[in-house]
Design a protein around this ligand. Structure first.
Ligand code: GLN
Length: 194
């Protein structure tokens, strides 16, 4: 909750929870203490500005980012949805410990804000199309192993999965379609029951 399109994720999670009839409790994380003092079963890393997230998340009053990255490495089964800037943090954590997904990524690869666009995405995860909203989006490089690809837009890879972590270069929370949020909740439930 340090920066970016985070409040829309909360309403999307609530809508997804109603749709799949799985009750949820949403915990807002701003500091490392908030992360370490609760049981977290799934995580969303929102879109926004990854530079700002790195600055605020590494500031002494938060320290959320380095602790979150370590926590993710120690809990590799936790379902995670990283969108846009969130995908950048997963692919390029810059903490000297290597990426959390099997992909490298380029920031602002489609150009400036004016080059933001909407386009239909095809997702293997739900075997259907999904409305893709790309806002000053990053771009995965062509080094993504095919088994890790979960979403494409034309020839481009726009969604990557490793274990239970999904990184998308678009903003599903702005589309009104909460399929990815449902996936996150259902995945967390499966793991909790497993
Ligand atoms: N341009 C942003 C960045 O580099 C990402 C944009 C977004 O999250 N919508 O962090």
């Amino acid at each position: 909750m340090l920066q970016g399109a985070r409040h829309v994720h909360i309403s999307s999670l609530n809508k997804a929870s109603r749709e799949c009839k799985i009750p949820i409790k949403i915990v807002e994380l701003r500091t490392s203490l908030e992360l370490l003092n609760q049981d977290i079963d799934a995580l969303i890393i929102p879109g926004g500005e990854s530079t700002t997230m790195r600055l605020t998340g590494n500031s002494p009053s938060s320290l959320l980012l380095p602790n979150l990255l370590d926590w993710l490495r120690n809990n590799s089964n936790i379902p995670v949805l990283g969108t846009c800037a969130g995908a950048i943090l997963l692919a390029d954590p810059q903490d000297g410990k290597g990426p959390l997904i099997n992909a490298s990524i380029d920031r602002n690869a489609y150009g400036r804000q004016i080059n933001s666009f909407q386009a239909e995405v095809m997702t293997k995860l739900f075997d259907r199309t999904f409305p893709g909203i790309f806002i000053r989006a990053p771009r995965f490089n062509s080094d993504v192993p095919s088994e890790n690809i979960v979403a494409t837009c034309g020839d481009e890879v726009v969604g990557v999965r490793k274990d239970n972590k999904i990184a998308l270069t678009f903003h599903p929370e702005l589309s009104g379609d909460v399929a990815f949020h449902r996936w996150l909740i259902e995945q967390a439930k499966t793991i909790m029951e497993g």
